[in-house]
Write a protein that binds this ligand. Structure first.
Ligand code: FNR
Length: 379
């Protein structure tokens, strides 16, 4: 109501409310290279979005929804909303204040952050902006095990409460726009704050990264791509942290079972927003089988295609405990820095709260598959 009242008083939203219009405006505002980096394989991105349309909400009427509950608990961690900000690296190519602006918006709205290894600001600097806002750290598993352990240790010390290991980016995939634009931000030193500030990374170099950035970037390239990483190496991480470990990028139910066998604590179903495996299955279509394979033993989270409140409800009804918001907050960042991210988050949370209510539910914990109808034509 507050939002509608503001509109009636002439206070129009400063950013487009519809995610499609927001995206269009943000991409037009960014350089061709930055916009290309945000892109993915068009067919896979579209499949991610289309998958939500295969499910419809069947609302219930005349239930008391005057008080609503959006909070949730995952492995004993209290989340104010069933939403976290997905790890998105190199935000300095989007806005000069990068992850710091996002952290301030997260703090203002209470939405937890998952910070990328490839952030443009360090683990510690982002933690300082976040104050007591919940935060997790996403690890790209490099070829230097001591560096991995060091990043995790720094995250623990800076108050991050879970580690997310991204599985789908052991190699950078065939990214048409980046290849066309001859662009990879890391080669310009973007997104390397956590490496350059790390004592183990610095130790491995003959000179400091500040003195000789080209050499530091060469070392980063040498260790970042890690196609020989396999399941058995997860034991190393288990030994080096007592924090819960989530594996991000699981799509196959057998990989969900292997996640449990490897002693991991949670799964994030994701296809990296269609930026890794071209032609991959839409992430939402992969969710039910992964949830079934996890069998309630470990929590399953979801990303890739969350744009609206109804998308959040659908993913939760299909078994996700919470979802990660990806590109939409980056579009807000591109257009108006901290205020832009804050507006995107406020809109999404208001949309989620209202859609929950008008669907006839007062708590996200009540949602299950009975909320949904599968609209796919029978084969
Ligand atoms: C990502 N994503 C990502 N994931 C990750 O684990 N570490 C990272 O550093 C990044 N970086 C990154 C950069 C950009 C530009 C994008 C668009 C995505 C993937 C991200 O966490 C998430 O899985 C997707 O963004 C979800 O898809 P949608 O909802 O954004 O389409």
């Amino acid at each position: 109501m507050q939002v509608y009242m503001q509109g009636l008083q002439g206070q129009l939203p400063s950013l487009p409310v519809s995610p499609e219009a927001l995206e269009q405006q943000a991409l037009a505002h960014l350089s061709q290279k930055a916009a290309g980096y945000l892109a993915g394989m068009d067919d896979t991105m579209q499949a991610n979005l289309r998958a939500f349309q295969h499910w419809s909400i069947l609302p219930r009427m005349l239930r008391d929804v005057s008080r609503r509950q959006l909070s949730t608990t995952i492995l004993g961690m209290q989340l104010p909303v069933p939403l976290l900000l997905a790890p998105i690296g190199v935000q300095s190519i989007i806005h000069p204040e990068a992850e710091l602006a996002v952290a301030r918006a997260a703090r203002a709205t209470g939405v937890p952050i998952i910070l990328s290894t490839a952030a443009s600001r360090s683990i510690e600097a982002v933690a300082q902006e976040l104050a007591d806002t919940p935060r997790w750290f996403q690890l790209y598993w490099s070829k230097n095990p001591d560096l991995n352990a060091s990043l995790v240790r720094r995250a623990e010390q800076a108050g991050y409460s879970a580690i997310v290991v991204t599985l789908d980016t052991r190699l950078l995939s065939w990214r048409e726009q980046d290849i066309q634009n001859a662009y990879l931000p890391f080669l310009q030193g973007e997104g390397l704050a956590n490496y350059f500030s790390d004592p183990i990374f610095r130790q491995a170099l003959a000179q400091s990264p500040e003195e000789n950035p080209a050499m530091a970037i060469r070392y980063f390239i040498e260790i970042f791509l890690n196609p020989s990483l396999t399941w058995d190496q997860l034991a190393f991480l288990r030994q080096h942290t007592s924090l819960p470990i989530f594996l991000k990028g699981v799509l196959h139910p057998d990989d969900a079972r292997q996640t449990i066998d490897a002693g991991m604590d949670g799964i994030i179903v994701s296809n990296h927003g269609g930026r890794q495996v071209g032609g991959s299955r839409a992430a939402l279509d992969a969710l039910p089988a992964v949830v079934e394979a996890a069998g309630g033993q470990i929590p399953v989270l979801f990303d890739s295609g969350i744009r609206r409140g109804s998308d959040v409800l659908k993913a939760i009804a299909l078994g996700a405990r919470a979802v990660l918001l990806g590109r939409p907050y980056i579009w807000g960042l591109a257009l108006d820095g901290e205020a832009g991210v804050q507006q995107v988050l406020q809109n999404l949370l208001a949309d989620l709260d209202l859609t929950l209510a008008v669907s006839g539910f007062s708590s996200i914990s009540q949602l299950d598959a009975s909320l949904l109808v599968n609209e796919r034509p029978a084969a």
